[in-house]
Write a protein that binds this ligand. Structure first.
Ligand code: NDP
Length: 331
């Protein structure tokens, strides 16, 4: 049997936390043959609820689950961690200024960066889910300089999966036959869901989405806004934000990162920009990536038309603004 991998989930008593821990314990994140130890962190007001989650995990008797730590102590939570899924964050509350939310999250991510840097495994992989995800990841990177920048990412896979889902619904094909959409930029409403390179598997080979959906009006407008605003639509319907799809996407993100993407398929991940596609280096920006042997690399050489260029730059501009807002909160 393989050695267990230790997975940290912060904000584990929250909605996404509650949805993701059983997925991890069932092998949806690291594989059906990979034992796991779960470390769950939350804040003091959630400590009792967190205990309850731990009780349920024990009661589920997951064969792969080799240990569960439930704690409010960041050092205990981060010790020996191989994979860190950062779901804990300060939520936007009505009437709060953007700067106030940013400032709360900057201090959370600064503190957690230090705990991870000092106590996690040296090759720990980090996925930030809590919003503003890209900028929280950037702060974490800044304050954990010994964690390689390649190991710090943020979640845009939910947006990616939502785009696959919209295409599948529109033309009535299996979602598993749709691939290579791209989410560019920020995990916010300025993100750009791009179908220019996406394909659908058909009995006569892979066909471009733009050929199968010959409705540019829909693809360039409604499709994009539906994906961008899907989170809000779910809140409206459920009176709660999306949780199972966010949890599932976080598992997809880590699984593909660790175990690799299938040949000819890419996924979207928020990663540290190296200047690819003219995106300013030093931002955490969502790109199409291939993963192999635990490493991601940005897919190169895709043709970018003028429509895409504008949208890719607009979301980069928002990220630069968030970055300076975050830095102004540091002082
Ligand atoms: P959720 O579990 O629903 O969401 C957690 C975070 O994920 C939020 O920041 C949320 O952003 C973000 N998120 C990113 N993508 C999505 C998505 N597609 N759908 C929904 N959320 C998304 O929140 P809960 O309030 O249920 O749980 C949060 C937990 O974090 C609580 O247990 C709380 O105690 C803990 N917490 C920890 C802190 C810390 O570590 N210091 C500080 C504050 C809270 P958004 O807010 O934009 O929806």
């Amino acid at each position: 049997e393989k050695e267990p991998v230790t997975v940290l989930v912060t904000g584990a008593a929250g909605q996404i936390g509650y949805a993701i821990v059983p997925m991890i314990a069932r092998g949806a994140m690291l594989g059906a043959d990979q034992p796991v130890i779960l470390h769950m962190l939350d804040i003091e007001p959630a400590a009792e609820a967190l205990k309850g989650v731990r009780m349920e995990l024990i009661d589920a008797a997951f064969p792969l689950l080799k240990g569960v730590v439930a704690t409010t102590d960041a050092v205990e939570a981060c010790t020996g961690v191989n994979i860190a899924v950062m779901v804990g964050g300060f939520p936007r509350k009505e009437g709060m200024e953007r700067k106030d939310v940013m400032s709360k999250n900057v201090s959370i991510y600064k503190a957690q960066a230090s705990a991870l840097e000092k106590h996690a495994a040296s090759d720990c992989k980090v996925l930030v889910v809590a919003n503003p995800a890209n900028t929280n990841a950037l702060i974490l990177k800044e304050f954990a300089p010994s964690i390689p920048e390649k190991n710090i990412t943020c979640l845009t896979r939910l947006d990616h999966n939502r785009a696959l889902g919209q295409i599948s619904e529109r033309i009535n094909v299996y979602v598993s036959d749709v691939k290579n959409v791209i989410i560019w930029g920020n995990h916010s409403s300025t993100q750009y869901p791009d179908v220019n390179h996406a394909t659908v598997k058909t009995c006569s080979g892979d066909k471009p989405v733009r050929e199968l959906i010959a409705d540019d009006q829909w693809l360039n407008n409604e499709f994009i806004t539906t994906v961008q605003q899907r989170g809000a639509a779910i809140i409206k319907a459920r009176k709660l934000s999306s949780a199972l799809s966010a949890a599932s996407a976080a598992c997809d993100h880590v699984r593909d990162w660790v175990l690799g993407t299938p040949k000819g398929t890419w996924v979207s991940m928020g990663v540290y920009s190296d200047g690819s596609y003219g995106i300013q280096p030093g931002l955490i920006y969502s790109f199409p990536v291939n993963c192999e042997k635990g490493n991601w690399s940005i897919v190169q050489g895709l043709k970018i038309d003028e429509f895409s260029r504008k949208k890719m730059d607009a979301t980069a501009t928002e990220l630069m603004e968030e970055k300076s807002l975050a830095y102004s909160c540091l002082n």
